[in-house]
Design a protein around this ligand. Structure first.
Ligand code: CMC
Length: 388
């Protein structure tokens, strides 16, 4: 097998070729299928971006309408799958509920599992896109002890999800268009990010020819960690702790710089962006607008801005090229929208889904893809004899 290259964390290893997402970390550039993220965030919508990522081109009006109908028509979960939610403890974190339910989808759709049959891949694509928001809303309802609402397919994906989370059967629910728009933009910003940890996981699992549900479920689990999607929840925990403690943001930053107990400034730093994260800039703008309108937690916002101000001036952060990433301000927006912290990473998963699907499909279309199978540098014992 020849010489093995040691590259922990795959800092320098490209595991695949891909035509989906382009990032220039030094310049702070992010493009989906060639379109700059700033233009998509301003002019497109999450459904259209999902289509773009998965099929490679912006849809015509007719293609978009077909795609919209298809994803609206498949929002219902199988009634038996509904029972599944009652098996979890009341305070279950919604991320493991989400990954378990996504994995369980494969048991209901044996007609959608063959990764090399285009019709089956289509079916698993629209089923996942349509059902993930329903699963996420059910996981939310479970955690607050309210009844789960059947989706209302007169609403679009984002509206339906908001109603599924915040609606109750006893009252009509009115979607706040500003909240729906802001959530739509946040989903666009999270929709793909080339070979990040969860996407690489989706590809690695899929490389064994595992079906799309199994691969995406693994992606959800990879996203759960605080160094990846779990960072948005961790940021809010950090801000809350600072709010409740006597420590000033400046004192906290001294601890971070001294690496006391491995504390990191959550929502800062990125493996690829070494200048700024273009998504963070858009999120900051959204936070300014939406928190003014919804009346967010001013104290938390203030702490976040003070932390950012210290970091942007401080040698520790400047030398290491650490800037706010997409997750630094998202939590404050989600909180103002009414989501509890536990749901933040679920929202990231909803956004990342089209990216996972697009990357999985790209890999499967390339029938020559080899199974992912890294090597290692062995550091254990040489041969030794079992005691006589
Ligand atoms: N706070 C304090 N120091 C940091 C931070 C931080 N947030 N991030 C990196 N560093 C330091 C780190 O200690 C190291 O210093 P030294 O060279 O003295 O050992 C240096 O910067 C390089 O860090 P690294 O861990 O080698 O960098 P990485 O590319 O492996 O890690 C990262 C990238 C995002 C995991 C990391 O920056 C981090 O843990 N950030 C906090 C968690 C976070 O916000 N994650 C969300 C990432 S964006 C959305 C997503 O992908 O999910």
């Amino acid at each position: 097998t020849g010489a093995v290259t040691y590259d922990p964390g795959f800092m320098n290893t490209a595991n695949t070729k891909s035509a989906i997402t382009y990032i220039d970390g030094a310049e702070g550039i992010l493009r989906y299928r060639g379109y700059p993220i700033e233009q998509l965030a301003e002019k497109s919508n999450f459904l259209e971006v999902s289509y773009l990522l998965i099929y490679g081109e912006l849809p015509t009006a007719e293609q978009l309408s077909d795609f919209d109908n298809l994803t609206r028509r498949h929002t219902l979960l199988h009634e038996e799958l509904k029972n599944f939610f009652s098996g979890f403890p009341r305070d279950a974190h919604p991320m493991p509920v989400l990954s378990s339910a996504v994995s369980a989808l494969s048991t209901y759709y044996p007609d959608s599992l063959d990764p090399f049959d285009p019709a089956q891949v289509e079916r698993s694509t629209y089923r996942l896109l349509a059902k993930l928001p329903t699963i996420a809303a059910y996981a939310f309802k479970k955690s607050v002890g309210q009844p789960m609402l059947y989706p209302d397919n007169s609403l679009n994906l984002v509206e339906n999800f908001l109603r599924g989370c915040f609606g109750v059967p006893a009252e009509p629910y009115e979607v706040d268009p500003d909240v729906a728009k802001a959530l739509d933009v946040l989903l666009i910003l999270h929709a793909d990010h080339e070979q990040n940890c969860s996407t690489s996981t989706v590809r690695l699992v899929g490389s064994s020819q595992a079906n799309m549900f199994a691969s995406v479920s693994a992606g959800v689990n990879a996203l759960y960690g605080p160094a990846h999607g779990g960072a948005n929840e961790a940021v809010l925990k950090m801000l809350n702790e600072l709010k409740e403690s006597d420590m000033s943001p400046e004192e906290f930053m001294t601890k971070v710089k001294n690496k006391e107990a491995g504390i990191r400034l959550m929502g800062f730093g990125h493996r690829v962006y070494k200048n700024y994260d273009p998504r963070a800039r858009i999120v900051k703008g959204l936070a300014d607008d939406l928190l003014a309108k919804l009346g967010g937690d001013d104290e938390l916002f203030d702490i976040a801005q003070r932390l950012e101000a210290v970091a942007l001036e401080d040698d520790y952060f400047v030398e290491r090229k650490l800037y706010p990433n997409v997750d630094f301000y998202t939590g404050l927006i989600y909180k103002a929208m009414g989501f509890p912290e536990k749901m933040f990473t679920v929202l990231f998963a909803l956004g990342r889904l089209p990216g996972w699907i697009a990357q999985w499909r790209e890999m499967m279309e390339d029938r020559g893809t080899k199974i992912g199978r890294p090597r290692q540098i062995y550091t254990g014992y040489g041969e030794r004899n079992y005691p006589a």
